[in-house]
Design a protein around this ligand. Structure first.
Ligand code: COA
Length: 167
């Protein structure tokens, strides 16, 4: 059975990677589905986010990465996936995830959403924390997979230069 692990992954963090790795140990195959997220104004384009995620997961043989547009459950159905796996970091994630899981279930009752509890070490972690730390030169080595450190640093430097130019 193939499990879908969706997200914006701007960028993929060690928290996301932990969820993907654990799903890969439970299912035959994991499809990491990278969302467009135009509303969030991502640092990386959708293809860039997918490429970084694919490189981070290259040692997990049953994991592949793809991009999608539109509704997640429609994409899941097209791909023949009946399970969506998501990570829960804290109680604060629960309400939003519950809403999404119910909305997805109304659209596609055959598809189940399963949750794994994020590792305690990663319960504070989010992509925006990573971006914020990067902008101020923080240490990213315990937050993102090794291949993602440099691209995030470079993008942070570009964003800082752009911000200086504007003000
Ligand atoms: N470890 C670390 N961070 C995590 C995490 C984990 N296990 N799980 C979530 N996060 C963080 C992300 O880093 C992100 O942080 P940021 O806001 O600081 O960037 C935040 O939680 C939200 O994660 P995101 O990847 O944006 O996922 P989401 O839970 O908001 O859902 C989709 C994203 C793509 C699954 C969802 O928007 C979707 O399904 N979109 C398609 C359209 C659709 O079908 N909509 C109907 C849904 S009801």
């Amino acid at each position: 059975m193939t499990a879908l692990v969706p997200g914006t992954f701007d960028p993929l963090t060690l928290g996301h990677f932990d969820v993907i790795r654990r799903a890969a140990a439970l299912f035959d195959e994991v499809l990491v589905a990278v969302a467009p997220s135009s509303s969030k104004g991502p640092w990386f384009s959708q293809p860039e986010r997918a490429e970084l995620a694919a490189e981070a997961c290259r040692d997990l043989p049953n994991v592949r990465v793809d991009t999608f547009q539109g509704l997640l459950v429609q994409y899941a159905e097209q791909q023949g996936c009946r399970v969506i796996v998501k990570g829960l970091r804290a109680v604060s994630d629960f309400e939003f995830e519950l809403q999404m899981a119910h909305a997805n279930r109304l659209q596609a009752p055959r598809i189940e959403t399963l949750f794994v509890m994020a590792d305690g070490q990663h319960s504070f972690l989010s992509s925006s924390i990573v971006r914020e730390l990067a902008r101020f030169g923080g240490d990213l080595s315990l937050l993102v997979p090794p291949n993602i450190i440099e691209p995030v640093r470079r993008r942070a430097a570009e964003r800082n230069r752009e911000a200086r130019h504007i003000y």
